[in-house]
Design a protein around this ligand. Structure first.
Ligand SMILES: [Zn+2]
Length: 401
């Protein structure tokens, strides 16, 4: 049993026999917010509560063998004098602390409308991205050029959904729109809830179109929720594409509701597609091949790898744009990976090994499409695609070694 189960038992007791209540706090499904090695307990400020919590933790230790290090635990008092915090923390051997503090990398009790409050999160993302970049970027022929920060793939293409040829990273703006639009659905489907009545009382939506959620010229969260429709208009979508009612507002429907819950991911995907209306054709993001290999092939398919020709086009000095191997043609991505005599020989040898006839490809697209559409067995298509992805990457690496 984890600490959740331990606390839940305590809470269940409270429901059946209120006199043995050990921990007084908010009645929420989970009295503790827990991560793998970070837990947060929220409760009433009283000596009894805090000593009972310490007892529960000790019982948990006896039962599970997992020990809480009390010296590392911190006690925070909300609306409580700091001296009082020290007074209750001391007998337990915990350290008194004060707000704001970091929990799972986020500053608690900070005003998130301030730019400064987001800095730790931005820094964290930046460090994660630099690790990712180091892992997935390639040197090779354009090694020097890569270091000189050439942007081989546009940010728009990275954000675009995978089924229109993007990398499927998704747009944060669209995620925000989708999260805000979920409030439309929540508000419309629970009009009698306490919070909805308060919002109605403050913003008075009568005599206004159904998709107006805040009073004119107001600021704050509900004006943001109101402005979702402007975001939709920019993507050539209407409010009714998200939510509609066929009976004058009694019942509300949405194609983004799955099993009774509004699915933010589904709406985000739709918004991402609306932001990128042009499709570059399908690309198979094979799960069975390493991500590094697949992302290289994705770039190669679009001609976004540092071939001599591509470098020249980006005004990066190259000694010659003629292929080093055959000295016959310009060194383009398609030439290196398919039409060069070296590439043809290797692809034919690999195809021969797979029991396939020799085929003369001239474009990366062709060889990918061939593998993807070969035969009738999905497993074989996947295997052949894996082999082709690996062959093309090896060819590229070998030429650049
Ligand atoms: Zn060549």
């Amino acid at each position: 049993m984890d600490i959740y189960g331990c606390l839940r038992l305590t809470c269940l007791r409270r429901v059946s026999t209120p006199c043995v209540s050990l921990l007084k706090g908010l009645t929420i499904p989970k009295p503790a917010v827990s991560n793998r090695d970070d837990s947060l307990f929220i409760g009433d400020w009283s000596l009894k509560n805090i000593t009972n919590l310490a007892r529960i933790l000790r019982c948990f230790h006896v039962v599970s063998g997992l020990k809480f290090n009390f010296i590392k635990l911190k006690v925070f008092g909300i609306g409580v004098d700091q001296l009082e915090v020290c007074r209750l923390a001391a007998p337990l051997g915990c350290a008194p602390s004060s707000l704001p503090f970091f929990y799972l990398g986020v500053l608690i009790e900070e005003n998130m409308n301030r730019k400064k409050a987001w800095k730790p999160i931005v820094d964290k993302c930046r460090s994660k991205l630099s690790i990712w970049k180091a892992k997935s970027s390639y040197g090779g022929g354009g090694g020097g050029a890569e270091k000189a920060a050439v942007h081989w793939v546009s940010w728009d293409r990275l954000k675009a959904p995978k089924d229109v040829g993007g990398a499927g990273l998704g747009s944060l703006r669209n995620l925000n729109l989708a999260l805000l639009a979920k409030w439309w659905w929540k508000y419309k489907t629970s009009p009698q809830s306490f919070w909805a009545r308060i919002i109605r009382g403050i913003h008075n939506h009568s005599n206004r179109p159904w998709y107006c959620f805040s009073k004119r010229n107001s600021s704050g969260v509900w004006s943001g929720i109101d402005r979702v429709k402007n975001g939709l208009w920019k993507l050539h979508m209407e409010a009714t594409d998200i939510l509609y009612s066929n009976d004058g507002g009694n019942t509300w429907r949405s194609e983004f509701v799955v099993d009774g819950v509004f699915n933010v991911a589904k709406l985000r995907c739709r918004l991402d597609k609306a932001s990128h209306p042009i499709s570059d054709g399908d690309f198979w993001w094979l799960n069975s091949a390493p991500k590094k290999v697949v992302s290289f092939i994705w770039r190669a398919k679009q001609g976004r790898i540092p071939s001599a020709k591509a470098l020249q086009r980006r005004n990066i000095p190259v000694s010659s744009i003629i292929c080093d191997w055959c000295r016959n043609n310009e060194e383009t991505v398609n030439h290196i990976l398919t039409s060069c005599s070296l590439a043809r020989d290797i692809i034919n040898m690999v195809f021969n090994w797979c029991g396939l006839p020799a085929i003369q490809f001239t474009e990366v697209n062709e060889v990918l499409a061939f593998a993807q559409n070969w035969g009738h067995c999905p497993k074989k298509k996947e295997l052949l695609s894996c082999v082709v992805y690996g062959t093309l990457l090896s060819l590229w690496k070998d030429r650049n070694d």
